[in-house]
Design a protein around this ligand. Structure first.
Ligand SMILES: NC(=O)c1ccc[n+]([C@@H]2O[C@H](COP(=O)([O-])OP(=O)(O)OC[C@H]3O[C@@H](n4cnc5c(N)ncnc54)[C@H](O)[C@@H]3O)[C@@H](O)[C@H]2O)c1
Ligand SMILES: O=C(O)C(=O)C[C@@H](O)[C@H](O)[C@H](O)COP(=O)(O)O
Ligand SMILES: [Zn+2]
Length: 362
């Protein structure tokens, strides 16, 4: 399965341009085609992928493009207004026009930044995502949510700006530290709970194998998760409704990430956030005990965290008020009515929220 190229279409409905997510190996030959008739290409990459960024730049230059590499900090340090401004400066100095193309190569933080720079430069230029973490392949690089953080919270500034194409070269995952690989499993498990329970079965059958790109089902887990995301965003690019289900576990997760000054990996925070959402669903009378318990078992089986500091609730609650799903003073959470049945829980009783946090707190 992993040696062939899988093509998954995203969009093409409700007036959006369709694009493809390619999953396989040795896909970089596709990059020139996606860049198309641009004269200039800017390859935005993190420090950790300096060699990859330079290799892509050199390859594009050989194909006749005026290619520049823009190196940005690793991980969340790249998702700031200052780094976006640094990229805008580099584009300006390269005479980057509306027919030119940005390539974002890296994890989700880099693709979120690169997409945001593409969305804002000249009010929008084309961009191609080359995700190099499992999390970016299955989630961040697909669907067109781009953005940066501010001092007040996670992803508070951004734009919906879908890429022209997404190249998921599975070979990139071989250099990924195991903690980063496992962090991406949180979004895969999210896809399992909200839409595709087969994902959970594959992980439960071999949790150790799921922790590695060499695992027997690695490509299948990645492709199944991309299909879930593609199906959801194709019907609701701008999160007018159904797309909110992709935020399962994220209300608390984003508050934890801010509380940790973005030093926690996103997937680790999402894991705690899903555990919380499961307990919230259970205590609100929506979710059965077995499915709620299954969250703990499957997340723990791959080594993802379930708990957070007990004394932090007031701060977390305050941060959650600016979650993008909030409406005025109304807090809104995604919970499950059952396996594969995500729904919105509006304005839960504060006592129920606190009790759910009590199940997560350590
Ligand atoms: N836009 C969306 O829809 C969406 C969805 C999910 C997550 N996200 C965002 O994605 C980000 C998390 O992404 P992530 O988990 O990929 O983390 P990340 O981008 O922070 O990458 C983790 C680390 O791995 C390094 N790295 C990347 N690829 C590597 C490779 N192949 N080998 C070695 N090191 C590599 C990075 O430089 C970084 O230091 C968060 O900011 C989150 O908010 C966005
Ligand atoms: O694509 C979406 O929609 C998601 O919610 C996917 C999430 O995994 C992702 O972390 C996203 O960036 C969160 O979006 P936000 O709007 O809550 O910042
Ligand atoms: Zn996420």
């Amino acid at each position: 399965m992993s040696e062939q190229v899988t093509r998954i279409q995203v969009g093409g409905t409700a007036g959006t341009d369709p694009y493809e997510v390619l999953v396989g190996r040795q896909l970089l030959g596709e990059l020139g085609t996606l860049v198309g008739n641009a004269k200039r290409v800017a390859v935005i990459h993190p420090e950790a992928l300096a060699e990859t960024g330079e290799a892509l730049r050199a390859d594009l230059a050989e194909q006749g493009f005026e290619a520049v590499a823009i190196q940005v900090p690793n991980a969340e340090e790249a998702k700031t207004a200052e780094v976006a401004a640094y990229c805008w400066k580099a584009l300006g100095q390269s005479n980057f026009t509306r027919s030119d193309v940005i390539v974002g190569v890296g994890g989700g933080a880099t693709t979120d930044l690169a997409g945001f720079v593409a969305a804002t430069w000249l009010r929008g230029v084309r961009w191609v995502a080359v995700p190099t973490t499992v999390l970016a392949m299955v989630d961040a690089a697909v669907g067109g949510k781009t953005g940066i953080n501010t001092a007040e919270g996670k992803n508070l500034v951004g734009s919906f700006h879908p890429p022209t194409g997404v190249l998921c070269d599975l070979a990139a995952l071989d250099s990924l530290p195991v903690n980063d690989y496992v962090s991406g499993l949180a979004e895969i498990i999210k896809a399992g709970f909200i839409a595709d329970p087969k994902i959970l079965e594959l992980i439960e059958a071999d949790p150790e194998g799921a922790r590695s790109p060499a695992g027997a089902h690695a490509a299948e887990l990645i492709e199944r998760s991309i299909r879930v995301k593609a199906e959801v965003v194709s019907g609701d690019l701008k999160e007018a409704g159904r797309r909110e289900i992709l935020n399962y576990g994220h209300t608390l997760a984003h508050a934890i990430e801010k509380n940790e000054r973005y030093k926690w990996r996103h997937g680790a925070a999402v894991s705690v956030g899903m555990h919380f959402a499961a307990e919230l669903g259970r205590l609100a009378g929506r979710l059965d005990d077995a499915t709620a318990d299954r969250h703990r078992s499957v997340l723990a089986s791959v080594g993802l965290p379930l708990s957070y500091r007990h004394d932090q609730w007031p701060k977390l609650l305050e941060t959650m008020k600016v979650d993008k799903k909030s409406r005025g003073d109304l807090l809104r959470f995604i919970v499950l009515d059952g396996l594969g049945k995500p729904t919105v829980l509006e304005g839960p009783d504060p006592a129920v929220l606190l009790a759910a946090y009590g199940e997560v707190a350590q």
